[in-house]
Design a protein around this ligand. Structure first.
Ligand code: 5AD
Ligand code: SF4
Length: 362
């Protein structure tokens, strides 16, 4: 059964039922799934692992997502915003360590001051690095004009997770109001593409009431909108959020982790030449989460370069790792582990997705 589906995936798209079968794989079937993903990865994108230095720029957020520790309604969070100079220091560090690219991530804000601060950071990073550092933004829903402004200011990629593509599930994990509108989020992903970004999305895996059919639907959505990159990982509950009340419905953390690995492997098989991140949430559950994800399809890692004094306040979920790691130690350990997984870190490379290169040169 699994063999037939994997064989079919070489030349044709898979349907939802087939993806559900893959998501249910266990034992030797699961090994076959992971091995196939590893082969597809080697064939289509090679063994390079690209670095994105993560800057958690600010935890100020206008949204109230029910799963997230830094939601607007959490009054225990001390809100911060890195200064211009602090961001630039990190960018210089990333360039010295030959990162090739940065991710600027932040809680969502749409005010003019935020928009112009991001623009000026982008311009300065472009100038100081002589265009050597590429920047991914992960700063939420904005108008198409704002997205275009940021492309002009020098941003290359944008990650906007849809979080859950089943509308009913999306509405269970977000307040149902104009700030958290499902259709607007989908529209924003399309606007990113029109604005000229390499576009990434992603979902959370193991949410309360989420089914394998939902997850298969998530993967089909990614295929249908033709993303260039993906960052997805397990949902991890946080006590100070409304969704915590549903923790009895959750599968054990290790199962959420295993399901996330399957999602990575299947996405690699479905979308052979995109970039897929080994996400922090995977590392939060398993000390070798990152390497395991790399072995079965991921090709991007995002070492956290946020200054230590802010990290505790960017607490999206429990056990978020690296709150006390300094960047140098983290990087050395990561390099060893990635090599042990048979891959190599591609220092100094932008690491644009092959998918993006192919769609823009044709
Ligand atoms: N568990 C896992 N991921 C989370 N995120 C936010 N809260 C959680 C959580 N509790 C993810 C969301 C968001 C990204 C910044 O972090 O997918 O898009
Ligand atoms: Fe804000 Fe993002 Fe958290 Fe939602 S997930 S509350 S948008 S930081």
């Amino acid at each position: 059964m699994i063999e037939t589906i994997l064989k079919k995936s070489e030349s044709s798209p898979l349907n939802q039922a087939e993806i559900v079968t893959l998501l249910s794989a266990e034992g030797s079937d699961l090994e076959l799934l992971f091995d196939t993903a590893a082969e597809v990865k080697a064939r289509y994108v090679g063994q390079n692992v690209y670095l994105r230095g993560l800057i958690e720029y600010s935890n100020k957020c206008i949204k109230n997502c029910k799963y997230c520790g830094v939601r607007r309604g959490n009054s225990h969070v001390i809100r911060y915003e890195m200064s211009h100079d602090e961001v630039i220091e990190v960018a210089k560090y990333a360039q010295r360590r030959k990162f090739g690219s940065l991710v600027i991530q932040s809680g969502e804000r749409t005010d003019q001051k935020f928009v112009s601060t991001i623009s000026s950071l982008l311009q300065e990073i472009r100038t100081l690095s002589n265009g050597e550092l590429h920047v991914t933004l992960s700063v939420g829903e904005q108008t198409e004009e704002v997205y275009k402004t940021w492309v002009d200011a020098g941003a290359h990629r944008f990650l906007l997770r849809i979080e859950a593509t089943n509308r009913a599930l999306y509405e269970q994990i977000h307040p149902v109001d104009a700030t958290h509108d499902f259709d607007k989020r989908i529209a924003a992903i399309h606007a990113l593409r029109r604005a000229g970004f390499q576009v990434g999305t992603g979902v959370m895996i193991g949410l309360p009431n989420q089914t394998l059919e939902d997850l298969a639907g998530d993967l089909l959505f990614m295929q249908q909108i033709d993303i260039d990159m993906c960052g997805m990982g397990p949902y991890i509950e946080h006590e100070e959020t409304p969704l915590y009340a549903q923790k009895e419905l959750l599968m054990p953390l290790q199962e959420r982790f295993n399901l996330s690995l399957k999602m990575v492997a299947i996405l690699r098989i479905l979308m052979k030449n995109i970039n897929i991140a080994a996400t922090t949430a995977m590392q939060a559950i398993d000390d070798e989460g990152r390497e395991k994800a790399i072995r079965c399809g991921a090709n991007v890692v995002m070492p956290n370069l946020t200054p230590l004094k802010y990290r505790e306040e960017y607490f999206l979920y429990n056990n978020k790792p690296g709150v006390a790691d300094d960047a140098d130690t983290g990087l050395d350990v990561m390099k060893k582990n990635i090599e042990a997984a048979g891959c190599r870190i591609a220092f100094g490379e932008w690491g644009d997705s092959e998918h993006y290169n192919a769609r823009t040169t044709n």
